[in-house]
Write a protein of this length. Sequence first.
Length: 261
Amino acid sequence: MSMTPAFDPLFSLSGFIVGLLVGQTGVGGGSLMTPLLVLLFGIHPATAVGTDLLYASATKSIGTLVHGYNRTVDWRVTRRLATGSLPATLATLFLISHFDLASTGAARAISFVLGIALLLTAIALLFRSRLVSLAGNRVDRPEGRTAVMTVITGALVGALVTVSSVGAGAVGVTALILLYPRLPTKTIVGSDIAHAVPLTLLAGFGHWMMGSVDWFLLTSLLSGSIPGIILGSYLSARVPDGVLRPILATVLAVVGGRLVF
């Protein structure tokens, strides 16, 4: 599987742009970075997914430290998600390890799953406010049932993220909003980010063992994304969320449709 030959400033610029959007919206790491690498730079889908998983693990580790310091992580929710996602990630890695990830058929399958994940993410972004309203008006379910559904959600997200690197952000947060309507949004976001760290680290390590991680590419992306996230977080209070989310959802829908069709 081909690797990028050296440090490339274009990858750093891409990392900066995606980091800027993630800092402002909380979504876009896998949703934008992976299709950007595949469609714009011609990176093989398996390499794009594997590299982006470790990229997400590194960037979200920083986010987890910040959220942990601000006490906006519900570790109970994070543990429940991980209980489902980590075994599902291992099982998914086992399945895809039996396929030739460099083949044309595997590339097409990964692109298709990635496109579906992007379309789901776009829907989650567009209708999040309605889902929040719906979740806030319904009667709370028993705690035991909520715990089981959280584990199942973690398993589904784990499998989706391992194959496509997409889903831990918008899809995971939207599911948590429905499961925990009384939990503050900032705590839901913090808990989801904290859960994404072990999930993407394990999935990324598995892809690395299968030879689908480009370390030069990863370094280039991180060199741009870290200052991008810092700047995006600073600008987040100055750019209306109602403007950014529809734009991001539209971009994801268009890219997802191109990958699927």
